[in-house]
Write a protein that binds this ligand. Structure first.
Ligand SMILES: [Zn+2]
Ligand SMILES: [Zn+2]
Length: 697
C-alpha cells in the first residue's frame, strides 16, 4: 500500500503497487496526458516505473504551450531522440555500430563507429531526419525489458558488438545486477538498444528536433583507441523553442568574439608567441585600459591601495601557499637559475631527478605565478599591523599563468596567461560582513555600468562532508552567515548552493546572462581562513595580543581576457562610446572640406576624445559604410556648409540616417559628458532632444 508524497506536500495512498502514470491519472487526465516521466525519490524515471513502497514523486511534464520547458522533460526527450536517431542511422547504414548516446544541456549526441566503411557525412542528415520523423510519427512505445547478467551477456556476444559488451561490463562493474534494453516497440522484435533509461513513454512525445553536426571522437575519449563519429542533434518540446534556439545560435555566431576580435582588431594570438598567450592590439588595449581606469576609480573611492608585483615567485612561496606541488599539472614548469642548472647537468642529473628534487624542495626554482595571493600576503606581512590598520585592502591587475591543455584553449575565454582584477582584503573577524557587502556593491556597480543587469548571485557553502574544509567550524558558520547577509543587501535574487564553497572558505559568485541568454560565471568574492593560517599572518588586537586576520579574495571581472571576450559578444562589438576604441570618425564630403575636417578632429582630440578622420577619395556612402563596419559610435559628416556655420552633421551607429546638423562645440561638450559619465548622459539626448531612437546595432 504505497503512500505517495507529491511536491506540494499532499499525499495519496494506493491499494496496490502503482506507477507515476497511474499517479498522474489519479490527479487529473490533463496531467497524465502531458506527463513524460517522473522523479521518484529524486531519481529521474520512466512514467511506467513500478512503485512498490512509499515514495516522493514529482511528475515530469512536457507542455507544448509553455515558454520554458522542464529540464527533466528535455533530458528525457533528448536522450530518447538519440535512440530515434540511432535507429534511423542504422536503417540507412546497417553497418553502423553504436557506442553511446547521452543527452546534453542543449541536445544529445550518439558516438557511432563506421569502422571499415564509408564515414557518415552531413549530406545524409536530410535522409536521417526523414527517417526519424517517420519513427516519431509512428508513436512507438519505449519498452523496457531486463535480462539477468548471463543471459544478457550471451545476447550481446551473439550480436557481436564489442562496444555494447564493453558498456555492459562497465554497468556490471558499477553494481548492476541485470542488463536492460529499451525497444522502440515490441521487445526483441522492434529496434532496441542496451540502455539503463529513462525515456519518454513513446516516440511521439519527442517534440521538435534537428541534427546539427558531426565531430570525431575516440572510444573512452582515448586518442589511441578506436576513432568514432559523434553525431550531434538538438531537441525541444516545441517547434517554436527549436526555432528560437537555432536563431540564437545564428546570432551567437555573428557575435563570436574570435571573429569580431579579428575584424575590429582587438586582439591577436600569434603562433610565434605561443598558444593561449593573448596579444592586446591597440584597439583592444583601449577597452582594457578604460575598464581598468573605471575599476581603479572605484577602488580609490573604497579606500583600496593599489600594488604591483612581479610575474614570478620562489617555489618556496608556493609550497607555503599550497599551490606547489599540488596544482603542478595546471602550471608552467618551474624556472631554475642557470648556474644551478649547469651544475646539475654536469653532474649527470636527469630530467626525472630534477623533477623529484624540485618536488621535494631540494633545489630552489621560480614559478610563473598561478595566483596573486601569495605576493599580496607577503606585502601584508612586510610590516606589523595593528587592529587600527585593518582592513588592509591590496589591489592589483595581476597577470597569472596557468597551463591549459592545448585542446582547451581558444579566443579570449580559455587562455594560458591572463590578468585578474584581483584584490585581497585582510580584516578582523568582525569586519568580514561589512567588507563582503562593499565587495558585492563594487561588483554590482560594475555590472550596472556595463548594462549587464541580468545576473544572479550564488552563495557557495559547505556540504555535509565537512572533512574537506579547513578552519574552525564556528568561523565557517559566521562566514557563511556573513555571505548570506551580504547577498541580502544586494537586492537581487540569490541562491545558496551546498558544496560550492572553496575548501578554504565560502564564496559568492555572480552569474551573468548576456543578451543571448547565455550564462557566464564572472565576478567572485571568497572568504579565506586557510592562507592566513599557512602564512602565519597576524595583527595586534586592542587587547595587545596577536590575532589571525581573515582574508577575502575578490575579482569583479574575474579575468580581463575572459571578461572582455564576453563583453565583445554581449555588445556584438558595438561598444558604448566610453569604451569604443574609436569614438568618433569625421568624414569629409569632398576634398574641399578636408581642412575643416581637421579642425573638427583637433577640437575633439583636445578634449580627449578618440577620433579619426577619413580623408580618402572614397565616396561619402562608402566612407559611412566602412565606419559602420568598424562599429564606430559617432560619424560626423562635414561639407562646405558645415564649415561655414561651424557645425557637424551627426550620424549615430545603428541609425544610419542623418540626424541633422549641430554646433561643433555643442557636440563636443555632449560627447565629453557622455564619456565622463560612462554612458549615464546621452550625447543623442543633448544634441537632438526631439529624436527618439533606440540603438539597434
Ligand atoms: Zn536510452
Ligand atoms: Zn587570491
Amino acid at each position: 500500500m504505497p503512500t505517495i508524497t507529491l511536491p506540494d506536500g499532499t499525499t495519496r495512498s494506493f491499494d496496490n503497487d502503482t506507477s507515476p502514470l497511474e499517479i498522474a491519472s489519479d490527479i487529473s487526465e490533463g496531467l497524465a496526458k502531458c506527463a513524460v516521466g517522473a522523479r521518484i525519490d529524486g531519481i529521474l524515471s520512466d512514467l511506467s516505473t513500478p512503485i512498490t513502497k512509499d515514495a516522493e514523486v514529482k511528475i515530469v511534464t512536457a507542455r507544448k504551450g509553455e515558454k520554458e520547458s522542464d529540464c527533466d522533460a528535455l533530458e528525457l526527450i533528448r536522450h530518447s531522440c538519440a535512440h530515434v536517431m540511432a535507429e534511423a542511422i542504422q536503417r540507412i547504414r546497417p553497418e553502423a555500430q553504436l557506442v553511446y548516446g547521452p543527452a546534453l544541456d542543449t541536445g544529445f549526441y550518439y558516438d557511432i563507429s563506421f569502422d571499415g566503411c564509408e564515414p557518415l557525412s552531413t549530406e545524409e542528415f536530410e535522409a536521417i531526419e526523414k527517417e526519424m520523423a517517420t519513427i516519431i510519427a509512428e508513436d512507438r512505445p519505449f519498452t523496457r525489458y531486463e535480462l539477468d547478467i548471463d543471459e544478457g551477456m550471451k545476447k550481446l556476444q551473439d550480436e557481436g558488438s564489442k562496444y555494447k559488451i564493453d558498456n555492459a561490463q562497465r554497468a556490471i562493474e558499477n553494481g548492476s545486477e541485470t542488463l536492460t534494453w529499451y525497444a522502440t516497440g515490441e521487445p526483441r522484435k522492434a529496434w532496441e538498444d542496451l540502455c539503463k533509461g529513462p525515456h519518454v513513454p513513446s516516440t511521439g512525445c519527442i517534440g521538435a528536433f534537428k541534427l546539427q553536426s558531426i565531430a570525431s571522437s575516440y572510444w573512452h575519449g582515448d586518442a589511441d583507441s578506436d576513432r568514432l563519429t559523434r553525431v550531434y542533434g538538438v531537441a525541444f518540446v516545441h517547434k517554436k523553442q527549436l526555432k528560437q534556439y537555432l536563431k540564437m545560435l545564428e546570432e551567437a555566431k555573428k557575435r563570436d568574439h574570435r571573429v569580431l576580435g579579428k575584424k575590429l582588431k582587438l586582439f591577436h594570438v600569434d603562433e610565434q608567441v605561443g598558444q593561449g598567450l593573448l596579444l592586446w592590439t591597440p584597439n583592444g588595449a583601449v577597452i582594457r585600459q578604460e575598464l581598468q581606469n573605471f575599476i581603479s576609480q572605484e577602488l580609490t573611492k573604497q579606500q583600496y591601495s593599489q600594488v604591483f608585483t612581479p610575474h614570478i615567485g620562489k617555489l618556496e612561496l608556493y609550497r607555503t601557499s599550497g599551490h606547489y606541488p599540488y596544482y603542478q599539472e595546471s602550471q608552467y614548469p618551474p624556472l631554475i637559475d642557470p648556474d644551478q642548472l649547469n651544475k646539475l647537468a654536469s653532474e649527470g642529473c636527469t630530467c626525472g631527478d630534477l623533477a623529484n628534487m624540485m618536488k621535494n624542495g631540494e633545489i630552489e626554482g621560480y614559478l610563473l605565478k598561478p595566483m596573486n595571493c601569495p605576493h599580496h600576503i607577503r606585502i601584508y606581512a612586510s610590516e606589523q599591523h595593528s587592529y587600527r590598520d585593518l582592513p588592509v585592502r591590496l589591489a592589483e591587475f595581476g597577470t597569472v599563468y596557468r597551463w591549459e591543455q592545448s585542446g582547451e584553449i581558444g579566443g579570449m575565454t580559455r587562455v594560458r596567461g591572463f590578468t585578474q582584477d584581483d584584490a585581497h582584503l585582510f580584516c578582523t573577524e568582525e569586519q568580514v560582513a561589512d567588507e563582503l557587502s562593499s565587495c558585492l556593491e563594487l561588483v554590482k556597480i560594475i555590472f550596472t555600468t556595463l548594462g549587464m543587469e541580468d545576473y544572479r548571485v550564488r552563495v557557495g557553502i559547505r556540504d555535509s562532508d565537512t572533512e574537506k574544509y579547513v578552519g574552525d567550524p564556528a568561523n565557517w558558520e559566521k562566514a557563511e552567515e556573513a555571505c548570506r547577509n551580504a547577498a541580502d543587501t544586494l537586492g537581487v535574487p540569490w541562491i545558496e548552493e551546498k558544496g560550492e564553497a572553496a575548501f578554504y572558505g565560502p564564496k559568492i559568485d555572480f552569474i551573468v546572462k548576456d543578451v543571448l541568454g547565455r550564462s557566464w560565471q564572472l565576478g567572485t568574492v571568497q572568504v579565506d581562513y586557510n592562507l592566513p593560517e599557512r602564512f602565519d599572518l597576524n595583527y595586534i588586537g586592542s587587547d595587545g595580543n596577536q590575532h589571525r586576520p581573515v582574508m577575502i579574495h575578490r575579482a569583479p571581472f574575474g579575468s580581463m581576457e575572459r571578461f572582455i571576450g564576453v563583453l565583445i559578444e554581449h555588445f556584438a562589438g558595438a561598444f558604448p562610446t566610453w569604451l569604443a576604441p574609436e569614438q568618433v570618425r569625421v568624414l569629409a564630403i569632398s576634398e574641399k572640406s578636408n581642412e575643416y575636417a581637421q579642425t573638427v578632429l583637433q577640437t575633439l582630440r583636445n578634449r580627449g576624445v578618440r577620433v579619426s578622420v577619413d580623408t580618402s577619395d572614397e565616396r561619402i556612402q562608402a566612407k559611412i559604410r566602412s565606419a559602420a563596419e568598424m562599429k564606430v559610435p559617432w560619424l560626423l559628416v562635414v561639407g562646405p556648409r558645415d564649415a561655414k556655420e561651424n557645425n557637424v552633421s551627426v550620424r549615430m551607429r545603428g541609425i544610419m540616417e542623418d540626424l541633422g546638423a549641430v554646433g561643433l562645440q555643442t557636440f563636443t561638450d555632449a560627447i565629453v559628458e557622455e564619456i565622463d559619465s560612462r554612458g549615464e548622459v546621452s550625447t543623442l539626448k543633448i544634441c537632438f532632444p526631439d529624436v527618439d531612437y533606440a540603438e539597434d546595432a
